[in-house]
Ligand binder design. Structure first.
Ligand code: F6R
Length: 616
């Protein structure tokens, strides 16, 4: 949620910060702002409701000079999206400016106390309370800014990633984090620092980064020196790591949107994701996260998968495949529910946390709870060095490159693929699958990227069909077995980018209620491959047909039975039943993309959404 970028160095900060905000806009886009200190030591703060482009228009013709600055793109939590509530926020004296990701939970109490001491506030945000508190600490303790930040942070409850500049000292930039990620880029020019809520605004300038740890505060100086301390004032040694990202991954290439680019990247993304993990000579799977902790998996009583949204849908497919191949019972939990009830967690439970961003607050909290109760944590994340990846005992990265489109696509298919690898690897260790069957599955898994390629050839046809369905106010998605979670995922994709209401159901559940919704207006997407419960799904299709619903079917290539019953039919290549979801979801991704485009929606930045949900 929200994007942070900061710069301190010898170049003009404004173009770097604006470019950084554009790269971060996928994280939040209801308002944006920037603060710069110019040569005359004036602090200018510009902020506006709307997108980064609106901010650029707003500052046009104004003074944007300065070699130090901070900037923010917001996804509102406290206070409506408007220019007052946008970041940066000033301190009372107008000397300090701060940007913030996260939530200060006890801001009301602090605000009341500061008001009683004569402080006034111009926004409804928790962030303004924090900068006022920092200034209050500095004045009341007669101390330097770093110590004041430390004192203030000791008094706040909640999550934060912050950056602060001080017009009386334009040679220092202060940053701190707890619960929200913050990365420091150590510029190639040695005396240059960048900060970012993720690596996207940094990668163009340097690949040397420091991941700030929980409750750490960093002070960066213009001479290139940096000091990091924790809240208890103990000095920490910053470890410089190398970023695994390149700039071209952050560009749209020849695609109109990141979402379409990422849908089309899936064949290559999955090849990379499986690289080094599939052994085509022995026809086996090797994941270091499993091999290194073999005993844990052999003794595991149960696997609990924790995730949110699309990652949760991947988890549901993971349950089906892990149970089928390994016979270990699997439960799939919404992280937000799991963390707030009193779940039974035992020391021989394995928790698999799935998160593209690796920053989803609820999933992070869920694994902390599981860890406290003795469970072993396996993380499946895409973002390298993310909070969940670091909190886990072990895990597997997806390695699909940055996912910028807010609607998750390539991460989903990679999550399902990774869960498949996990299932195969455990099955081999537990000997729950014959060598021959393992070999068959491994061979077929290797063919999946090419089969996705084949599926993508339907893009033009799906685009044509999509024009027909822009009238629809509702959609139903049906699937059974492995394709029930795909129905949920198809419905979610449509909802989030086209704003059409959609429901995903296990096909057999339809007659227990949802069938009442079906009339000649209702498009019903049915995932009906030849594998699995084909005959059963066929009767579900007949039930829809009898009520005049418009049937859009996803079928196995060559199937004519379902085709004849359908108004529109999309064919996917045949594959093993457990791999069908990786193929059947692709036409659904394209369908939602094209319907949203036909309705004039901004698919990369759908309303009210942001890429990673780092608040509860
Ligand atoms: C939907 C989508 C979200 C995320 C969810 C979890 O397209 O992207 O539902 O899947 O917010 O995010 P991660 O995987 O980053 O934990």
């Amino acid at each position: 949620m929200c994007g942070i970028v900061g710069y301190l160095g010898s170049r003009e900060a404004y173009p770097i910060l604006i470019k950084g905000l554009h790269r971060l806009e996928y994280r939040g886009y209801d308002s944006a702002g920037i603060a710069l200190i110019n040569k005359s030591l004036e602090l200018s703060v510009y902020k506006t409701k709307g997108k980064v482009e609106d901010l650029e228009n707003y500052v046009s013709g104004k003074d944007v000079g300065g070699t130090i600055g901070i900037a923010h793109t917001r996804w509102a939590t406290h206070g409506e999206p408007n220019s007052q509530n946008a970041h940066p926020h000033y301190s009372q004296s107008g000397r300090l400016a701060l940007i913030h990701n996260g939530i200060i939970e006890n801001y009301k109490v602090i605000k009341e106390e500061l008001i009683s001491k004569g402080y006034t506030f111009s926004s409804d945000t928790d962030t303004e309370v924090l900068i006022q508190l920092i200034e209050y600490m500095q004045i009341s303790h007669n101390t330097n800014l770093f110590d004041a930040v430390q004192l203030a942070l000791k008094n706040v409850i909640g999550a934060y990633a912050i950056a602060i500049i001080d017009k009386s000292n334009p040679n220092q930039l202060i940053a701190a984090r707890k619960g929200s990620p913050l990365i420091i880029g150590v510029g190639d020019k040695e005396t240059e620092f960048l900060i970012g809520s993720d690596a996207t605004p940094i990668v163009e300038y340097t690949n040397k980064v420091i991941y700030l740890e929980e409750e750490e505060i960093a002070i960066m100086h213009r001479d290139g020196s940096i000091t990091v301390k924790n809240l208890s004032n103990v000095e920490q040694t910053p470890i410089i790591k190398t970023l695994e990202m390149n700039l071209s991954q952050l560009e749209k290439a020849n695609f109109p949107h990141f979402m379409l680019k990422e849908i089309f990247e899936q064949p290559e993304a999955l090849r990379t994701s499986m690289l080094g993990r599939l052994n085509m000579e022995s026809k086996t799977v090797r994941l270091s996260g499993i091999i290194d902790h073999r005993d844990k998996f052999l003794k595991a009583n149960r696997i609990i998968i924790c995730a949110c949204g699309t990652s949760w849908h991947a988890g549901l497919i993971g349950k089906y495949i892990i149970e089928e191949l390994t016979r270990i019972p699997v439960e799939v939990e919404y992280s937000s529910e799991f963390r707030y009830r009193n779940p039974v967690i035992k020391s021989n439970d394995i928790v698999i946390a799935i998160s593209q961003s690796g920053e989803t607050a609820d999933t992070l909290a869920a694994i902390k709870l599981a860890k406290e109760n003795g469970a072993f944590i396996y993380g499946i994340c895409n973002v390298v060095g993310s909070s969940i990846a670091r909190a886990a005992d072990t895990g597997s990265y997806l390695h699909v490159g940055p996912e910028i489109g807010v609607a998750s696509t390539k991460a989903f298919t990679a999550q399902v693929t990774t869960l498949t690898l996990i299932a195969l690897n455990i099955a081999e260790e537990k000997k729950t699958l014959s060598k021959e069957r393992t070999a068959e599955l491994v061979e077929e898994l290797q063919r999946i990227p090419e089969k996705i390629n084949e599926t993508l050839q339907m893009n033009t046809r799906i685009k044509l069909y999509s024009q027909i369905f822009t009238y629809a106010k509702n959609f139903i998605y049906l699937g059974r077995g492995y394709n029930y979670p795909v129905a949920l995922e198809g419905a979610l994709k449509l909802k989030e980018i086209s704003y059409i209401h959609a429901e995903g159901y296990p096909a057999a559940e339809m007659k227990h209620g949802p069938i009442a919704l079906i009339d000649e207006e209702m498009p019903v997407v049915v995932i009906a491959p030849k594998r699995g419960m084909y005959e059963k799904v066929l009767s579900n299709i007949q039930e829809v047909k009898a009520r005049k619903g418009k049937i859009i079917s996803i079928v196995t290539k060559g199937d004519t039975t379902v085709k004849e019953l359908s108004d529109f039919c999309l064919e996917i290549p045949d594959t093993e039943e457990c791999f069908v979801p990786i193929l059947s979801v692709v036409p659904l991704q394209l369908l939602s993309y094209h319907i949203a485009i036909a309705k004039g929606r901004n698919v990369d930045q759908p309303r009210n959404l942001a890429k990673s949900v780092t608040v509860e």
